[in-house]
Design a protein. Structure first.
Length: 195
């Protein structure tokens, strides 16, 4: 989603001032267990803060909500797409990366095209319409999330693949006498094997 047009410093300043206000007024002294708790605390805080009068508005923001709602357009009949979607080919290690975290995918679809769908709560992967991964989204950085079923399937596939690659028995290779090469190239060795 694009919030600001390129080369529009005024719009960028409006967004940055709002972020700065939240960073200095809401975030200090708070801790959050996850996005849901952050949103819950923010909602509670906004209910209190929006009842305070603002000098620039001449009233509290809550007093302007009714007027804003009457000026708004109606919502479209179909909700806009939200979340994150991507299509990629599953690599050999059968993990996909979202943000800085790696999520396992069933290794049976290695090398095939998958669609990754993520929202604030879940990360899913589909191959030809079938779900091949479904994980809770992790917000910590640099984590590896593995489904035990995916790990076990990868071990099984590795064992069967390794069995296919090993030869059943050692092939017999003819060992040629080195004197045959000397004869072929016209090299004559004297006593003691020195030419």
């Amino acid at each position: 989603m694009l919030v600001c047009r390129p080369a529009d410093p005024e719009a960028k300043g409006i967004i940055e001032r709002a972020h700065d206000y939240l960073e200095r007024s809401f975030l200090p002294g708070r801790s959050f267990a996850g996005p849901a708790e952050f949103n819950s605390q923010l909602s509670d805080w906004l209910e209190v803060v929006n009842t305070r009068p603002r000098r620039a508005l001449g009233c509290a923001p809550a007093d302007r909500i009714a007027a804003d709602r009457t000026a708004m357009l109606t919502l479209p009949p179909v909700a806009p797409a939200s979340g994150w979607r991507s299509s990629t080919r599953l690599p050999r290690d059968h993990y996909i990366r979202l943000d800085s975290n790696d999520y396992s995918v069933h290794p049976a679809v290695v090398g095939r095209r998958i669609e990754v769908i993520a929202d604030l709560d879940r990360v899913r992967a589909l191959c030809e319409g079938k779900i091949v991964a479904d994980h809770q989204r992790i917000w910590a950085a640099h984590q590896t999330i593995s489904d035990p079923a995916h790990v076990e399937a990868a071990k099984t596939l590795r064992r069967t693949r390794n069995g296919l690659l090993r030869p059943v028995s050692e092939p017999e290779v003819q060992v040629r006498c080195l004197d045959d090469y000397d004869t072929a190239f016209g090299v004559s060795t004297g006593q003691g094997g020195v030419a």
